[in-house]
Design a protein around this ligand. Sequence first.
Ligand code: ZN
Length: 340
Amino acid sequence: MKHTLILIGAILFSCASSQKSIEFTPTAFGNTITSKELKEHLYTYASDDFMGRETGTEGETLAINYLKGEYEALGIKGGMPNGDYFMPMQLNAYRESKTIDCNNVLAYIEGSEKPEELLVITAHLDHIGVEADGQVNNGADDDGSGSVAILEIAEAFQEAIKQGHRPKRSILFLHVTGEEKGLLGSKYYTDNPVYPLENTVANLNIDMIGRIDSLHEDNPNYMYLIGSDILSQDLHDVSEAMNKKYVNLELDYRYNDPTTEVFERGRYRQNRYYYRSDHYNFAKNDIPVIFYFNGTHADYHAPSDTVEKIEYDLLEKRTRLVFYTAWEIVNREERLSLKE
Ligand SMILES: [Zn+2]
């Protein structure tokens, strides 16, 4: 009898411990994404020194060097075939006659089990530069918030690797240029992909996640998600599950319908957000996307989009949701499936 009890006890114990390993949670790594570090990055990245990060300007050069320096410090290698961080290109910008020399920034973590399958996380590194009267458009929200979010997400994955949890699939941290001139850097990447698009399992695009729009002043615990169920139900379901499990933001899907109207530049228009940031260049290639967004605000594309107006605790929470969603996409058994 006694031996039987011990045996049952041993079985229960081993079940409990194997259960534990199945239910491994990445919260120790998600918790390395902090409002404090996001703020420190952003106070540099969206400072006047960076002169509004306009594509092809000295300000943008400072931005790309900052990003590269941070990846080097983290020990994450460049994503170009030769290990470089910069993807050089010449762009013909919308409404400008001259050709612009500029760069995307790529950092890469190789997966352990399915390295050929890739998740791409994007944010645009550029903004709209300096006004004629000399005021700097700092673009703290647009898209300083997304740029620093990616740095923190990369750090969390790197911390996991140090503790023996390398992701099964590979991850490309892709900071694209030329977004403000017409989604040009992401178009250049998808026209000249470093990693085959058919092996690219999803794109998570972060563009403006540090503020609260007028529709949510009384309920700031939200984020708009756009596109999550358009190409893949799996992606939407993963995103919802990770939010419920780890973050509990109110996910607002009203702009998933591109015809939902939004008040912009003095009148109501169809939002068309699905087509308006870098994820669209992936979506048009049948790669499932989620666009993470806080909506527009009075400081959108104005010199008043500054660092002290960012909600850092909210930025932390939203960044963590992107991290947990990314974690599940790269570590789940099955590749995200596309809708028929
Ligand atoms: Zn933007």
